[in-house]
Write a protein that binds this ligand. Structure first.
Ligand SMILES: Nc1ncnc2c1ncn2[C@@H]1O[C@H](COP(=O)(O)OP(=O)(O)OP(=O)(O)O)[C@@H](O)[C@H]1O
Length: 453
């Protein structure tokens, strides 16, 4: 899309014959919006017009070519400067390109073709750069965490507070939470809100990669390192250099690889398999797991030293059933998104349907809520989601509670705890829903906590 924008070109040339020649050549292309200057000073004074490409004569009467180039780069670092010169010394050309010129063209008989070809390439480069900037902006807006992570429960606000702290530093982050609670979403939001946002976010799901491929996937390999290594391959750590690597399902990593990962994290460098070149790294680590890693350490399935390396700032995502009214807020967000994507008018959820959502335990968390809501929108007649439009796949919940034998008091305690989690510790709301007094809730909690239950 950027290719079609007219390209603004400055021609800075004091030789009248050559200037006439350039005017003719560039004037043939209606896409070029060209301005001509005869001195370095004039060019610099007009940089506010934002030229994309500047063809610059190396030998201007008022300023040396290097100085004009330097000034241009200071004011407009993204402009592509093509030096055109009668000077044919290779060392001058190399120096100018090192100083930031895009290309160097000698004024000879091939100059016209070379210039047009170089302008075409410079233009492509600029449009690619613009597109990258545009995509990065779009992605960082998408993962702006106040906009992409929906919810206003106390627990999600606490997560926002932790994320605010996380984005200011490079500290490693460990995210825990059941499946579908938003671990990857949080990791991306941290990356795209941090100083690293213009570099890569590389996600690796440890559980999804076959055991014998994972080492080369993470650390890369040299050509011929093993059967099948037909070319050199950069690993995910190198890919994430300057950015963030998200190690999902870290609890699934086998002990052998845990030792290798620990070394990479300690040394902040990798050596590709089959190679001996040490590659220094500047990568932020975000690790996630649905397991309780401290338990994995206790049971000798996860290295303690690696656990402490990765722990950094721990963020625990509570299950959706413990986020109170967030279920409804997120459901409405997904409904709006669904209607926008399918160009439909907005949906509403009836009060009864909202109650139905609040009663369910969502073992698949936000991911499950998303598919339940999308299906309910498809099933709805008109633009209103009713209870009968909502279908759940899992019926577990109260059954599993009843399968455990305990005293009546303990059942009461569990039920009260469950409701408090669901309604964001709003004791009044829980008392109303269970139709018991507020003081009874406090009494139960006190007694059971004293009994250590
Ligand atoms: N608070 C939220 N607001 C909006 N969307 C959310 C929220 N939390 C999660 N999601 C969405 O739910 C889906 C699942 O989230 P994500 O993949 O981040 O979960 P996860 O915890 O990494 O899951 P898994 O452990 O299975 O990999 C994604 O589509 C994500 O965008």
């Amino acid at each position: 899309m950027y290719e079609k924008d007219p390209v603004k070109i400055f021609v800075v040339e004091d030789d009248p014959a050559y200037s006439k020649f350039l005017k003719y050549v560039l004037g043939l292309n209606p896409d070029f919006d060209v301005e001509y200057f005869t001195s370095g000073k004039e060019c610099i004074q007009n940089l506010h017009k934002n030229p994309t490409i500047i063809t610059l004569d190396y030998s201007l009467p008022d300023m040396p070519g290097e100085k004009v180039l330097h000034e241009i780069i200071q004011v407009l670092p993204e402009a592509q400067v093509i030096i055109v010169s009668a000077q044919e010394k290779i060392s001058t050309a190399v120096d100018l390109m090192k100083a930031g010129a895009y290309y160097y063209i000698p004024k000879d008989t091939d100059a016209k073709d070379r210039l047009l070809y170089t302008i075409k390439n410079a233009r492509e480069k600029v449009s690619q750069l613009k597109e990258i900037v545009h995509l990065r902006k779009e992605i960082s807006e998408k993962y702006d965490f106040e906009k992409s992570i929906i919810g206003s429960s106390t627990s999600i606000k606490k997560i926002f507070d932790l994320m605010e702290k996380a984005v200011k530093t490079n500290i490693s982050i460990s995210i825990t939470g059941e499946t579908g609670t938003g671990k990857e979403l949080i990791a991306k939001a941290i990356h795209y809100s941090s100083k690293r946002k213009n570099k890569a976010f590389v996600a690796v799901n440890i559980a999804a990669i076959p055991r014998d491929l994972i080492e080369s996937e993470l650390f890369g390999h040299e050509k011929g390192a093993f059967t099948g290594a037909i070319t050199r391959r950069i690993g995910k750590f190198e890919e994430a250099d300057g950015g963030t690597i998200f190690l999902d399902e870290i609890g699934e990593m086998d002990p052998n690889l845990q030792a290798k990962l620990l070394r990479v994290l300690q040394e902040r460098e990798v050596v590709r398999i089959g190679g001996n070149q040490v590659v220094k790294l500047d990568v932020r680590i975000i690790a996630a797991t649905h397991r309780d890693l401290s338990l994995e350490v206790k049971e000798n399935r996860f290295r303690e030293d690696l656990y402490y390396r990765l722990l950094g700032l721990p963020i625990h995502l509570p299950p959706l059933r413990e986020r109170g009214n967030d279920v409804i807020i997120i459901a409405k967000h997904f409904l709006d998104h669904f209607s926008k994507e399918n160009q439909l008018s907005k949906f509403k959820i009836t009060q009864e349907a909202q109650e139905k959502l609040l009663q369910y335990h969502f073992p698949g968390n936000v991911r499950e809520l998303k598919s339940v809501i999308e299906l309910s929108a498809v099933m709805a007649e008109g633009q209103e989601v009713r209870p009968q439009d909502i279908t759940f796949t899992s019926s577990k919940g109260i059954d599993s509670l009843l399968n455990q034998e305990m005293k009546m008091e303990e059942y009461m305690y569990r039920i009260i705890r469950h409701y408090l989690n669901r309604y964001d510790n709003d004791v009044l709301e829980v008392a109303r829903r269970l139709d018991i007094g507020k003081s009874s809730i406090y009494r139960y909690l006190k007694e059971m906590e004293a009994a250590g239950i």
